[in-house]
Design a protein around this ligand. Structure first.
Ligand code: CTP
Ligand code: ZN
Length: 152
């Protein structure tokens, strides 16, 4: 919707989820971990947008999609400052700030190839030992990781 020659306003969505206040350098990582690169409905991606609070921010608007707790935890790990806005029939029905869980199970992979979770069919389990920057420790092999690898 064009309002004048200088301004282009991104339209509101009827149903779906808006992920706002994403650090600009994490937008495409969020796109990837949520599998939005192969999502078949409308996705609006904004990055390097000006924000008073965060400097440069990113925003994603995903039509007809609501995220599970596991997906929400993945977003919290990558972009803890993000806000999840649930839209139903054009109205904001829920707005939540993300919370980094204290324990992370199954969604993250242990980087130690010898860890039992990589050898046997055992769900991973990590303690979050530091939040910013994030650092997690494997419950089984005690390996500490700063780089997070998600399970598919
Ligand atoms: N939004 C949308 N479609 C809707 C309603 C809202 O895409 N039907 C988007 C808005 O563009 C905005 C976000 O959801 O990016 C939050 O909407 P709202 O709470 O109405 O906006 P603000 O009050 O400006 O939010 P804030 O001050 O928290 O940034
Ligand atoms: Zn391990």
């Amino acid at each position: 919707m064009t309002t004048n020659n200088k301004e282009l306003v991104v339209e509101k969505i009827d149903n779906g989820t808006v992920i706002d206040h994403i650090p600009a350098d994490r937008v495409f990582k969020i796109v990837k971990i949520l599998g939005l690169d192969t999502y078949e409905d409308e996705v609006l991606i904004g990055t390097n947008l000006c924000s008073k609070k965060y400097g440069k921010k990113g925003i994603l608007k995903i039509k007809n999609k609501y995220f599970t707790q596991d997906e929400t935890d993945k977003i919290a790990i990558i972009a803890p400052t993000a806000t999840i806005i649930v839209i139903k029939d054009y109205e904001v029905t829920e707005k939540k700030n993300l919370v980094l869980p204290k324990h992370i199970t199954k969604i993250v992979k242990c980087i130690n190839p010898n860890c039992i979770t990589n050898v046997e069919e055992i769900e991973t389990n990590f303690d979050v030992v530091n939040t910013d920057p994030i650092s997690i420790q494997c419950h089984y092999c005690e390996k500490t990781m700063e780089e997070i690898i998600f399970n598919e």
